[in-house]
Design a protein around this ligand. Structure first.
Ligand SMILES: [Zn+2]
Ligand SMILES: [Zn+2]
Length: 724
């Protein structure tokens, strides 16, 4: 009896047996349709066995084997298994969620990518004016074919979503024919700039075709991108593919353009959650078939099967968005390292402010360290940084006189300024002066943020929105005041102070629509903006050559936070924001408004000395017994009643103490935000001195948790949690 063991997208940590008399090992990695309960669902064959693991009478046959795409390679399947084991997440869910959504559907797919179309002789003779004006898109397509020649289906769809239909019609009319993909010319490549001595030195020891993890620690503007480009080029020369992971792709359109310009002979595809289903599938297939040589993507791209992988790059490796916060709570950075090891290729983790985990690995020799300590010649010196003590300063809507004067100076010199405040909205809370009522979210233990322009109170955690009340809901007093500052308030204060200045606010509210950001970026680069006000969106890798002043507001709350990672993050953020000032030939300046101007964090920033700061933090963490010296897992639970949550966690702690391993099990506590979107939340931390011991413990503990949890509790294990 031949049995196919199938991974299914169900929350059960096992594979399911189906009879498959005609299947052999070549079907491992293929999608199949199988009966599950009363439904037919799509799964993936993970193993072929001779013996069923359940009674043979209960085994049903596989209904259908999809032959539309080649099987997922064994290496990718092994990567899924590793993730399932390490993060303690059901294998079926790991596998199925790693696939583009169209591959999870009960329908074979048709492959469209890399199909080219050109006009026939008849087509060339068609007079555009004979096409009724109402068919705008058909006209556009024909016009494009006439003026620029052959085009690929992907490009056609950009002109019109229904392009495929029009092209079919044109083909029937004999106007258009499908042609073989044309060879791509290599002439357009823009040449690589010459590397400086330091860059050469960094590149020399990195070998293709050999696993090594490199931490590329390079100050902002030191030319990390050139190192990446060089390595990609080395991989391409050997006929290999490159995987390039970035935290957020919509924010870095420059990178895609750069890759395309530098490697015009190659196909560059993007993979991120902002793509529509069709485009994501197409790009995934191009990567999986080896037709795309460069795969640029966010964390989810790390699961793409890449048959000829030659190098992996993880840019801004410290960025928290590499960690998924729901479902499979994986770190794409760590998975990338595993994946590189599996493929025996180098992986480069780049950052100006490495995560303490990676930094410690580099210090201990587990990773190799490569350092770029100088800004490349086209970049000026790092800007001087000054703290403004706001305990003594008089503030105007949160802005000190020193900062206002500095802004004025930039306006006069026609240079740009940036005000960084990591809080969107107008004010973080609305308060009643009479009874001290504050605007709280009814579904979360958080406050509602005042968005004045939209006349709304919004919860930034659950998305709840309501109108701004005209009087206090508690006492009826009409005197409600906004407390604290957000981007909107700073924006309006600045337009009062500088009525003729052109001010642009950049936060998640103004960049929500995808198309907005490139336009904004362009207006900044074309000098149509004098003052930028924004959140951490602005800290990510953009060059603003005319920017000479950065003002930082409200950084203090992170200095003494209960989250032990807060200062590491603040440093990274401030360093990145500060790095925006004074590139090119205009000297820059950074002003930080703070109540703690002699805090060591600012001192380290001033000296631009991340290493010293990181070493201080590492010493503290070692002393306190925290990561990276300890390994953690967090059991997260939620339910409608808090007693259900706490009882489950208490039970979980009790069974944990019976599991004999060298790990510390802490007491169950309410989550940092105990109530979210109407659900009560709690957590239980376990910690071990070695990864291995912690994993051994989790292996024993996990099945017991499954037994203990009733239907009322939703729970998940978060291995290597970043947020508490
Ligand atoms: Zn009141
Ligand atoms: Zn809420």
């Amino acid at each position: 009896m031949t049995i196919a063991r199938v991974a299914l997208d169900v929350p059960v940590a096992c594979l399911f047996d189906y009879a498959a008399p005609s299947l052999g090992r070549e079907c491992i990695g293929k999608r199949v349709l199988v009966p599950f309960g009363k439904r037919q669902i799509v799964g993936m064959v993970m193993e072929i066995a001779n013996q069923p693991s359940i009674s043979p009478q209960r085994i049903k046959p596989v209904s259908f084997v999809f032959q539309d795409i080649p099987a997922i390679p064994a290496k990718t399947l092994a990567l899924f298994r590793f993730c399932s084991d390490y993060y303690h997440h059901p294998l079926g869910q790991v596998v199925m969620n790693a696939l583009p959504s169209r591959l999870r559907r009960n329908k074979p797919i048709t492959q469209n990518a890399n199909r080219w179309f050109d006009l026939t002789e008849t087509g060339r003779r068609v007079d555009l004016s004979t096409i009724p004006a109402i068919n705008v898109l058909r006209r556009k397509l024909l016009e494009r074919l006439k003026t620029e020649g052959a085009l690929e289906i992907h490009e056609a769809r950009k002109i019109a979503a229904s392009a495929q239909k029009s092209l079919n019609e044109f083909t029937e009319l004999g106007w258009v024919q499908e042609i073989a993909p044309p060879a791509i010319s290599e002439s357009r490549a823009i040449p690589a700039p010459e590397l400086n001595a330091e860059q050469e030195q960094v590149l020399r020891p990195i070998r293709m075709g050999e696993f090594a993890c490199w931490l590329l620690f390079g100050v902002t503007g030191s030319g990390k991108t050139e190192i990446y480009m060089s390595l990609i080029s080395q991989a391409l020369v050997k006929g290999k593919q490159a995987l390039f992971l970035v935290p957020e792709i919509n924010l870095s359109p420059q990178l895609e353009a750069l890759l395309k310009m530098r490697f015009p002979q190659c196909r560059v595809v993007c993979l991120h959650s902002g793509l529509n289903e069709g485009a994501r599938l197409e790009n995934w297939l191009l990567a999986q078939s080896g037709q795309a040589q460069i795969i640029l993507g966010t964390r989810l791209a790390v699961f793409t099967p890449i048959p000829n992988l030659g190098v992996i790059i993880v840019d801004e490796e410290h960025d928290a968005s590499f960690k998924q916060q729901e479902g499979l709570r994986y770190s794409a950075r760590d998975v990338a390292v595993y994946s590189a090891k599996q493929a025996n290729v180098p992986v480069i983790l780049g950052s100006a402010t490495p995560s303490l985990e990676s930094y410690q690995h580099a210090l201990s020799g587990r990773y190799n360290m490569a350092i770029l300590s100088r800004r490349a010649p086209e970049n000026a010196a790092l800007p001087p940084l000054r703290c403004i003590d706001i305990r003594r300063a008089k503030l105007n809507e949160g802005l000190s006189e020193t900062l206002i004067a500095a802004l004025k100076e930039r306006l006069q010199r026609r240079e740009q300024s940036l005000i960084f405040i990591n809080r969107r909205g107008y004010a973080p809370v609305l308060m009643c002066c009479a009874c001290a009522w504050i605007s709280g979210c009814s579904r979360c233990s958080s406050r509602l943020v005042l968005h004045l322009r939209e006349k709304q109170l919004r919860c930034h955690h659950c998305g709840h929105e309501e109108c701004v009340p005209s009087a206090c809901p508690n006492c009826g007093n009409v005197d409600l005041i906004p407390l604290g500052q957000g981007t909107q308030r700073v924006e309006s204060a600045l337009s009062d102070l500088f009525p003729s200045a052109r001010i642009l606010r950049i936060d998640r509210d103004t960049t929500r629509r995808k198309a907005m950001w490139p336009g904004m970026l362009k207006s900044i680069q074309e000098q149509q903006v004098d003052i930028l006000v924004g959140t951490q969106i602005l800290s990510k890798g953009h060059d603003f050559p005319n920017l000479s002043l950065v003002g930082i507001l409200n950084a203090d709350s992170s200095l003494y936070s209960t989250d032990f990672r807060a200062s590491e993050r603040l440093f990274a953020q401030l360093m990145q924001v500060a790095g925006r000032a004074g590139r090119a030939d205009i000297p820059g300046e950074v002003l930080i408004q703070t109540q703690f101007s002699d805090h060591p964090l600012f001192e380290a920033l001033r000296r631009n000395d991340y290493s010293a700061f990181a070493e201080t933090l590492l010493a503290e963490r070692r002393h306190a017994g925290l990561p990276p010296f300890m390994h953690q897992a967090l059991l997260r639970a939620e339910a409608t009643r808090s007693s259900t949550v706490m009882n489950f966690l208490a039970d979980a702690a009790k069974v944990a103490s019976r599991v004999d391993h060298e790990v510390t099990v802490y007491d169950p506590v309410p989550a940092h935000m105990p109530r979210l979107a109407g659900r009560e939340r709690g957590q239980l931390l376990v910690q071990g001195a070695s990864r291995k011991k912690l994993q051994a413990f989790l292996n024993d503990w996990y099945p017991k948790l499954t037994e203990k949890a009733g239907k009322k509790v939703r729970w998940a294990l978060d291995v290597d949690p970043l947020d508490f």
